[in-house]
Design a protein around this ligand. Structure first.
Ligand SMILES: Nc1nc2c(ncn2[C@@H]2O[C@H](COP(=O)(O)OP(=O)(O)O)[C@@H](O)[C@H]2O)c(=O)[nH]1
Ligand SMILES: [Mg+2]
Length: 365
């Protein structure tokens, strides 16, 4: 069930630089356009301080944080949707993701060429949007063709989705992204199998110079204006500075460096948390004799599905879950206290797991 968040943007905007700060694998950063031709996939740790609070009451050697997959997708260019260069393959990589982080170049650097000749993040948003919209249009039209053929041969039910598809096509033709449409459950039934690119939730990262890390700059202001009214999040991050922060192995050195830059935590930590939210993810915890561990699930998953994230046997042989709320555990101090105070709940498979639930799963295979 590995959920993926894709980093997209045009070339030379700092995608790989940011990816390297947050992931356990290293991608190649270069200042040549088109030098990279494959996507990097990395496992990113989602820092959760609650695990350390649990550990204070339940001392244990091993703590395992939740993770999320992040994919660094090489720069898209104009014409990617027409299969120019390796562009088409990258669009395929985007299709496999569940949410997008769009990195925008908001720093001036005379030595670093911008593929379009000047720094203009609002134009860059439009460039990428257009490529994805063209691809989505193609997908929608293909489906409409198929349906028309079915109608011709007498399949009367086949036409049911046409109204939705026509509406979506029109929206795309007007340079709209499908995520901004009002679509109900019925509509979704007809398009969810298409894995549209512009329906994926998105957030924007303005990559700025060190001096603009706190206050932003005019490029950032332009982005904010262009995206006002959209359901999205805009983060301002100084990519180069983040890369330097990530180099420090020593926690104290890092702190001093952060303070000098006027930051209270690395910007990429915020980025990872936002990505986690964007993917509609949350964590539950297991506390065992050897390990305290956070697990990643989708919001709305039930106890049995959550058990399956730990092990497929647990899902198959699920009997019940014993649940403590993180808050209760911290307040009362132990599982025993929770039990005595009636704060250890026995739940069945349909129980919807909450963020921060501490689960003990009973199963039998
Ligand atoms: N001045 C400046 N250069 C940056 C910044 N972020 C990345 N770069 C440089 O931009 C070039 C391209 O970065 P890279 O991460 O490979 O971009 P990508 O093509 O989007 O993956 C590299 O030479 C980076 O050192 C930044 O915030 N400021
Ligand atoms: Mg790159």
């Amino acid at each position: 069930m590995a959920l993926q968040c894709g980093i997209v943007g045009i070339t030379n905007v700092g995608k790989t630089t940011l990816f390297n700060c947050i992931s356990n694998t290293r991608g190649e950063t270069t200042n040549f356009a088109f030098s990279t031709n494959k996507s990097n996939v990395g496992l990113v740790i989602v820092p959760d301080p609650r695990l350390y609070e649990i550990e204070k009451l339940h001392p244990i050697k091993k703590i395992t944080q939740a993770t999320v997959d992040i994919v660094d997708i090489p720069g898209l260019t104009k014409g990617a949707s027409h299969g120019e260069g390796v562009g088409n393959k990258f669009l395929g990589d985007i299709r496999n993701t569940d949410a997008l982080i769009h990195v925008l170049r908001c720093f001036d650097d005379k030595n670093l060429t911008h593929i379009e000749g000047s720094v203009d993040p609002v134009r860059d948003i439009e460039t990428i949007d257009l490529e994805l919209q063209v691809k989505d249009l193609e997908t929608i039209e293909k489906k409409m063709d198929r349906i028309e053929k079915l109608i011709k041969i007498g399949d009367r039910k086949a036409g049911a989705g046409m109204k939705t598809l026509t509406k979506v096509r029109e929206h795309l033709e007007n340079f709209g992204n499908v995520r901004d449409m009002e679509l109900d459950e019925r509509d979704m039934e007809y398009i969810s199998d298409l894995f549209l690119l512009t329906i994926k939730p998105i957030m924007y990262v303005c990559n700025v110079d060190e001096i603009s890390a706190i206050e932003g700059n005019t490029h950032v202001e332009n982005v904010k204006t262009a995206l006002s009214g959209k359901k999205t999040e805009i983060l301002v991050i100084a990519g180069k500075l983040e890369a330097e922060i990530a180099e420090f192995d020593d926690e104290n050195d890092r702190k001093v460096f952060l303070e000098d830059a006027g930051l209270d935590e690395p910007g990429v930590n915020k980025l990872v948390r936002s990505a986690y939210n964007l993917l509609n993810l949350q964590s539950f915890f297991t506390v065992g004799p050897k390990e305290i561990r956070a697990w990643t699930i989708k919001k709305g998953m039930n106890a049995q599905q959550a058990a399956g994230v730990v092990h497929s046997d647990m899902e198959r042989g699920f009997i019940r879950a014993e649940v403590m709320k993180y808050k209760d555990f911290i307040e009362l101090g132990s599982e025993n206290e929770c039990r005595h105070k009636g704060k250890l709940y026995v739940e069945g498979k349909n129980y919807i797991v909450d963020d921060g639930d501490m689960l003990h799963i009973r199963f039998n295979v």
